[in-house]
Design a protein around this ligand. Structure first.
Ligand code: THU
Length: 292
C-alpha cells in the first residue's frame, strides 16, 4: 500500500480571492523571477502579509538563494520570513508561495518549521497552477499532530519497552550545550540484500545554531552511508507524542526522501508511544517528484 501525498487545503480560484490576496499571489511570481538558482534551476517565490506590534501590516517577499554547497541554500519562504521579522513584522497573517516550475509544490520541512513559529493563526496560500489559483489552509496544518493513540509504557510489548529504555540510554550521549535537551533516535532500514539494521543518532549542537545536527538526521545519514535506505522506521524521543509538530520539520524533510511510506515511532518523555508516518506528520510534502 502506498501512502498518498494529498494536497492540503481548499481549492480557491484566483478570481474568488480578495484583492489583498490576489496582490500577494501575484507578488510570488514576480519574486520567483529573482531566484538565485544555479544548482536547481527551480525558481520559488514567497510573499508574506505580516503585522507588527502596532497592528500595521505589510507584504514581504523572498526568493530561493542557492549555494554551491547545497545546505546553505535558503528557501523562498524562509527568505521572506526572515525579511519580515527583520523589519519588526512578526505576526504572519498570510503566507503565499509558488514553485514556478511545479505549481502545487509545497513548503519544505525547514520552511514549515519557520512558518509555524510566526504564523500560529495565519494561513497559507499555495499557488497550484499557472492561472494563480491557490489552495488555502491554516499554517498549523503544515506540521500536525499524530492522531494515533498513545500506548503507555506499562502496556508496551517487551521489545517496545526495550526500545524505549535503549533510546533513553542513548540520549545520555547527546552533545547539547545550547539546546540543553538530550534526545535520541533509532533508524531501522533495509539494504539491497534484504538485511535490516538499526542506526543510532544523538543531537550534535553547534555554537552557530544552524550548524547543529539533530538526533534523527544523524541516524538517517548513517543508514544512507551504510547503504541501508528502504523499509525505514524512525524512532525518536519527543516531548509529548500527541501534540502538533512533535518532530522538527527538517528531520521530517530528510525522512521524506526515503519515501512516503516511512514510518515514525514517537516516544514521549512519559515513555508512552505513538505510531505515525511521514505522510501524516508532513502532509502534502515537498518531495523528490517536485524537482526531478
Ligand atoms: N525550495 C524553496 O525555495 N522552498 C521550498 O519550500 C522547497 C524548495 C527551493 C530550494 C532549492 O533552491 C530549490 O527549491 C530545489 O529544492
Amino acid at each position: 500500500m502506498t501512502s498518498q501525498n494529498k494536497p492540503l487545503g481548499v481549492f480557491s480560484p484566483f478570481a474568488s480571492l480578495p484583492e489583498e490576496d490576489q496582490h500577494l499571489v501575484k507578488s510570488t511570481w514576480a519574486t520567483a523571477e529573482r531566484a538565485y538558482i544555479p544548482r536547481s534551476n527551480f525558481p520559488v517565490g514567497a510573499a508574506i502579509l505580516a503585522a507588527n506590534e502596532r497592528g500595521e501590516t505589510k507584504v514581504f517577499t523572498g526568493c530561493n538563494v542557492e549555494n554551491q554547497f547545497f545546505t546553505a541554500t535558503i528557501c523562498a519562504e524562509r527568505n521572506a520570513a526572515t525579511t519580515a521579522v527583520n523589519a519588526g513584522y512578526r505576526r504572519f497573517l498570510k503566507v503565499a508561495l509558488v514553485c514556478k516550475k511545479y505549481p502545487g509544490g509545497s513548503p519544505c520541512g525547514l520552511c514549515r518549521q519557520v512558518i509555524v513559529e510566526f504564523a500560529a493563526h495565519g494561513e497559507v496560500l499555495n499557488t497550484v497552477d499557472t492561472d494563480s489559483n491557490v489552495r488555502v489552509f491554516p499554517a498549523v496544518e503544515l506540521l500536525p499532530a499524530a492522531c494515533g493513540e498513545a500506548v503507555s509504557f506499562e502496556q508496551l510489548s517487551a521489545s517496545d519497552k526495550r526500545l524505549v529504555t535503549d533510546l533513553e540510554a542513548l540520549s545520555q550521549r547527546s552533545y547539547v550545550p545550547y539546546s540543553k535537551r538530550p534526545r535520541a533516535a533509532f533508524f531501522y532500514a533495509t539494504n539491497s540484500s534484504g538485511k535490516t539494521r538499526r542506526f543510532r543518532g544523538v543531537p550534535d549542537d553547534n555554537a552557530s545554531y544552524g550548524g547543529s545536527e539533530l538526533a534523527e538526521t544523524v541516524a538517517m545519514r548513517a543508514a544512507r552511508t551504510a547503504g541501508f535506505a528502504s523499509k525505514v522506521t524512525l524512532v525518536v524521543t519527543v516531548e509529548d507524542p500527541n501534540t502538533a509538530n512533535p518532530v522538527d520539520g527538517k528531520s521530517l524533510q530528510v525522512l521524506r526522501e526515503f519515501g512516503l511510506d516511512a514510518k515514525v515511532i514517537l516516544v514521549g518523555k512519559n515513555r508512552s508511544i505513538v505510531r505515525s508516518t511521514v505522510a501524516e506528520l508532513l502532509p502534502d510534502s515537498f518531495g523528490p517528484d517536485a524537482v526531478s
